[in-house]
Design a protein around this ligand. Structure first.
Ligand code: FE2
Ligand code: FE2
Length: 199
């Protein structure tokens, strides 16, 4: 039986894509922007970071911890996510009219850039060296979980992230899986693949 998860983008390419999207969103923020634009950008970044962090904690970090449980970058990943969540909670509790809003968002940007740099220079290369055969199946698992998380917060996602992260990543991954299932099987094979991928 064909394993369609092998057609999925790898988990590391998905993580890189998520990082690119969220860093681009950070760079759209201007101190001089109107309040409604600031709030939209902050809302998109916060939702994207929360979903991304949860996906990494559930799927990527356990896989990396298996191969390098004592690595410093692995150990400090979770506390750094918690720090981001704390800043996100503070941002959500205040409005853009608050004098501290810009500074707090810049703090979130600093923490995120530092964290992303560690992941992209240590964790991702390590995973690509040692988890070669699992990267696609882990990518498929991440897509399935992302779909579930997006489904649990449809209003939040529609308001803050329409047309951008993380929907773009999910759609691209889903398209890759289904286009290959279409190449290798007829309608019944596609039905089997669908039930396997989106159970
Ligand atoms: Fe992370
Ligand atoms: Fe990340």
């Amino acid at each position: 039986m064909t394993d369609f998860s092998s057609a999925s983008p790898t988990i590391t390419s998905m993580i890189r894509m998520d990082h690119t999207h969220v860093l681009c969103a950070f760079h759209r923020y201007r101190l001089s922007s109107p309040w409604w634009r600031k709030r939209a950008i902050v809302g998109a970044v916060c939702t994207a970071l929360e979903i991304h962090a949860q996906l990494e904690e559930e799927i990527f970090y356990p896989a990396v911890a298996r191969i390098a449980p004592d690595n410093d970058a692995v150990k400090k990943s979770q506390p750094e996510h918690d720090e981001m969540r704390e800043i996100i909670a503070q941002l959500r509790a205040m409005g853009p009219e608050n004098a501290a809003y810009d500074g707090l968002f810049m703090q979130l940007m600093r923490v995120t850039i530092h964290h992303v740099a560690d992941e992209e220079t240590v964790l991702i290369p390590m995973a690509e060296r040692s988890l070669k055969n699992e990267l696609s199946s882990l990518g498929a698992a991440m897509t399935r979980r992302r779909m579930q998380l997006l489904g649990e917060r449809p209003v939040d996602v529609a308001v803050h992230t329409a047309g951008t992260f993380p929907i773009a990543t999910a759609v691209l991954a889903g398209l890759a899986i289904f286009s290959v299932s279409g190449l290798f099987g007829g309608p019944s094979a596609r039905r089997r693949a669908r039930s396997r991928n989106y159970a």
